[in-house]
Design a binder for this molecule. Structure first.
Ligand SMILES: Nc1ncnc2c1ncn2[C@@H]1O[C@H](COP(=O)(O)OP(=O)(O)O)[C@@H](O)[C@H]1O
Ligand SMILES: [Mg+2]
Length: 265
């Protein structure tokens, strides 16, 4: 399970998550994306889905989780969040437990689960990130996005002992910009966190993605970048990163080829 998060909003988490999911599905994986941006859930909108049921119905009406899981274009599955979850600025202990149980239950039926989480370091975001084994922090080269990514990395290291977070730089304007940003970020983390006596996280650089008109085209058409602009530099990058995601993610104990998935999914 991989949580995709960011310091600042609007950096491309949903674009990255949905398209990585489609690329992983094309590689033969059974993939679920959970819309875990409980405040600004919009995965269904971006993918032009019309969910009949959502996570809200599962958590509040006792709906069996498989009834809220729906197929998305691109060959993966989506568990939509539902707008009813917007009101929570904090997860109550009961809701947190319920969410954890739902996620654990549903994850057992998939090879890979991606959580499209919210941005920032609020309790809700941190709690949704905490459900995943691995975390990917998305940032853009903008100074504010980098400062916020640093804050996220620092908090995740301190509160969740995330010492090997993955990083992806989206909307790079030149080749290699992502790598140099990751190096700078690593230097800052080493300086400030190691100086405080805490172990500094060691970033695992998933890679960079170019700024590409294909991303906006995809949102306008409510389709995946991989489907509406499969030959674009952005799509090529996404497919390459998906191969790495696949090899970096350890298959979870309960998922994988040895456990047949029920027909319900
Ligand atoms: N690589 C990119 N190049 C150009 N625009 C992008 C790129 N990635 C994302 N965008 C645009 O940025 C906006 C926010 O993306 P989104 O995935 O919704 O961010 P988040 O989920 O982090 O809030 C969208 O309009 C999207 O088209
Ligand atoms: Mg989003």
């Amino acid at each position: 399970m991989l949580a995709v998060t960011s310091g600042k909003g609007g950096v491309g988490k949903t674009m990255v998550t949905a398209n990585l999911a489609a690329a992983l599905a094309a590689q033969g994986r059974k993939v679920l994306v959970l819309d875990a941006d409980l405040g600004l859930a919009n995965l269904d909108v971006v993918l032009n889905l019309q969910p009949q049921f959502t996570l809200h119905d599962v958590l509040h009406q006792g709906l069996p989780v498989h009834r809220a899981v729906m197929p998305a274009p691109g060959g993966f599955f989506v568990l939509p969040a539902g707008s009813g979850l917007v009101e929570y600025s904090r997860l109550t202990p009961a809701l947190k437990q319920g969410l954890q149980a739902v996620v654990t239950n549903v994850a057992a039926h998939f090879d890979i689960v991606l959580l499209d989480t919210g941005a920032g370091i609020s309790d809700v975001v941190l709690e949704t990130v905490a459900m995943a084994h691995e975390v990917l922090v998305v940032a853009t080269p903008e100074p504010t996005a980098l400062t916020d990514a640093y804050a996220t990395l620092k908090v995740l290291a301190t509160l969740q002992r995330r010492l090997r977070p993955w990083m992806l730089v989206n909307q790079a304007t030149r080749l290699g910009e992502g790598m140099s940003i990751a190096q700078q970020m690593q230097a800052v983390l080493d300086r400030y966190l190691a100086g405080s006596g805490q172990p500094a996280p060691k970033l695992r650089m998933l890679g960079e993605l170019p700024q590409d008109e294909a991303a906006r085209l995809a949102v306008r058409q409510r389709r995946l970048v991989l489907q509406c602009a499969p030959g674009s530099p952005l799509a090529q990058g996404l497919r390459a990163h998906a191969l790495r995601v696949d090899s970096w993610l350890q298959p979870s104990v309960s998922a994988g080829a040895s456990v047949p998935a029920p027909d319900a999914f």
